[in-house]
Design a protein around this ligand. Structure first.
Ligand code: NAD
Length: 317
């Protein structure tokens, strides 16, 4: 039975991934590591540690002391927050990853590292963005993501660390609120639609970006990590997407369920500039061919499920 450490476990992905891993491997096999944010009650239904990933010695104590075999390394600062605190973003995103890879090297762990569409940049082909293409991001977040992909590849080539990863698009979930990314609008809009029947969007109406519903994001991570390594030509930074839409298209889909819903636009120049530097739609055929990636939710399916969950949340207080 694997022993798993999830860093960033209190975050948007970490909270749901920890639960899914505990369901599969048993609660005691999955250690949730949080930092600063208050853990939810359900995270405490299993082992929990407080850990700053920049503290290499503290990380090593957990990895060695708990006999960890797999590290899902989710701790990071996201795009919009990173742009406001670039030095801290570099410190957390890069030194945190380096510490995780070093610990993995010393203790023989497998590592999952989530990259992002932010690892591309304005010079990347925006439509059908290939798996292997130009990666010159213009944001500090993107720079840490492309560097992270390269570092993971290096640790695999040089030290045989089994590091694997995905380039996630914007992620939409109904459990934990997103932590300061450029695609957060695609979650916020549902809360506003259910509560106020109106949403003021910080991206332009025609900003097309790749997106994915959280159940698919969790399934993708777990599926990639279980794939026979002999089947992988790539290892890190697999393009994965499930849908690609604009704020206007998302609003139109929500209006099919809530006809009175309206959307307005007050563009935030920082987040708009970040979004404009990202691809519109990635080609994820390498993930489909190498490890069988197949999303379960498209735009209509995701919207129906999000509205059902968020309406229930408000009904039940
Ligand atoms: P989030 O902001 O919700 O969570 C990040 C977590 O990292 C938080 O729980 C925070 O407490 C923790 N953290 C911050 N600094 C830390 C430190 N010094 N030590 C330990 N923990 C620290 O982010 P998320 O959406 O859950 O993203 C998780 C990972 O997935 C990140 O690497 C992110 O870049 C990547 N990703 C997310 C998306 C998305 O849309 N959510 C898309 C692409 C990639």
């Amino acid at each position: 039975m694997p022993k798993i450490l999830v860093t960033g476990a209190t975050g948007q992905i970490g909270a749901e991934l920890t639960l899914a891993l505990r369901e599969r491997y048993g609660a005691d096999s999955v250690i949730a590591a949080g930092h600063r944010r208050e853990p939810s009650d359900h995270l405490m239904h299993g082992p929990y540690v407080s850990l700053d990933v920049r503290d290499a010695a503290a990380l090593d104590v957990v990895v060695a002391g708990r006999c960890i075999t797999i590290i899902y390394h989710l701790a990071a600062l996201l795009s919009a927050v990173a742009e406001e605190q670039p030095l801290q973003a570099w410190d957390i995103n890069m030194n945190g990853l380096l510490n995780v890879l070093e610990s993995a090297r010393q203790h023989g762990c497998q590592v999952f590292f989530p990259s992002s569409i932010a690892a591309f940049g304005p010079g990347t082909p925006p439509y059908n963005t290939p798996q292997d293409t130009v990666q010159h991001p213009s944001t500090i977040y993107g720079i840490t993501k492309v560097s992270g992909e390269l570092l993971c590849d290096y640790y695999h080539r040089r030290y045989s660390v089994d590091a694997r990863g995905l380039r996630y698009p914007g992620l939409i979930s109904n459990q934990v609120l997103p932590g300061g990314g450029t695609t957060d609008y695609a979650v916020d809009i549902f809360y506003a639609a259910v509560k106020q029947r109106h949403y003021d969007c910080f991206l332009r109406a025609d900003t097309q970006l790749d997106m994915m519903y959280m159940p698919d994001a969790i399934a993708a991570a777990m599926q990639l990590m279980q794939t026979d390594p002999g089947k992988l030509t790539h290892r890190n930074g697999f393009n994965v997407t499930a849908m690609s839409f604009t704020p206007a298209q998302l609003a139109a889909e929500i209006q099919k369920h809530l006809p009175g819903f309206t959307i307005g636009y007050t563009v935030d120049p920082l987040r708009q500039a970040i979004a404009d530097s990202w691809p519109r739609h990635m080609d994820d055929s390498a993930a489909r061919a190498e490890w069988g990636w197949q999303p379960g939710f498209d735009l209509p399916g995701m919207v129906a499920d999000m509205l059902a969950h968020i309406s229930a949340k408000f009904r039940n207080g």
